[in-house]
Design a protein around this ligand. Sequence first.
Ligand code: FES
Length: 322
Amino acid sequence: MNLPQNQEHKVRVAAKTALATGVVELELASEDGSDLPVWEPGAHVDLILPSGTVRQYSLCGDPGYLSAYKVAVLLDEKGRGGSREVHEGLETGTVVTIRGPRNHFPLGEHESYLFIAGGIGITPMLAMARKVAAEGRNWRLIYGGRSLDTMAYLPEIKALKGGKVELVPADTKGIPDIKGAIENATGAHVYTCGPEPMLRVVEENTKALLGADFFHFERFGADPNAVPEDTDGDTAFEVELATTGKTLTVAADQKLIDVVRKVVPSVPFSCEQGYCGSCETGVLAGIPLHRDQLLTEDERACNDTMMICVGRSRSPKLVLDI
Ligand code: FES
């Protein structure tokens, strides 16, 4: 599979640092000392843990320093175990695999920016704010969290130049005035990452007050409000795996990724719900039926890539770059 975002790299945990209550930072250095791939703010990697669990984490270090990546991981007590494995199972020196980076949350070129982060959602925002601060652009960051001790990267944020930072720990300051901030952000593009209720408020106000084009976001998981796809009309189609030369049939009640996996067991995947991007696959021919929550309308229209965990085919046959 030749998508660069699907390439795997062995990395060593060069440092593991407690950043805040429940948050550790991993510095992941390439095992052979070579540079890791170039990345831009908003990018994330798949972290493939020793147990085989795959989780996505935003890159939050310095994009100019490619000897190592930095990710920050919040311990999710009620999660499925990935963050616990990071917190309790990974130590300095542990070798793990990363896949990527890929970027479904790119930072556009704008006159001014309003960044709104909730909790561990600060990680992509930090990389973005660092970039626009270095470029001398107009920016403002609103960063909410449960309390100051749970909020990662406060020293790094305070060191950023030029913009305006508003820290809103809920225990002493309540919740951020998101509507007010957006009302005063005329012309600014809004970038946000954080818990679902916060994203909803940012989305509603940005679209109402600034316009849909000004709203840019990344969520932690699947959209809980997404309307379930109507699969009643699904039909069978053929899929050719270009690098193997094999053509397979995907029955109406089969998932494309399950059929592909029978021939290529190593095909990458994680969420299997169309939001993480791990299974993104190049399309060489045919018209995909997109059902993911990642690709933009423009990206969908290109028909050159798809998430095979949820996507199917509009044409009788798809040729995938696998
Ligand atoms: S496995 Fe997550 S988008 Fe397909």
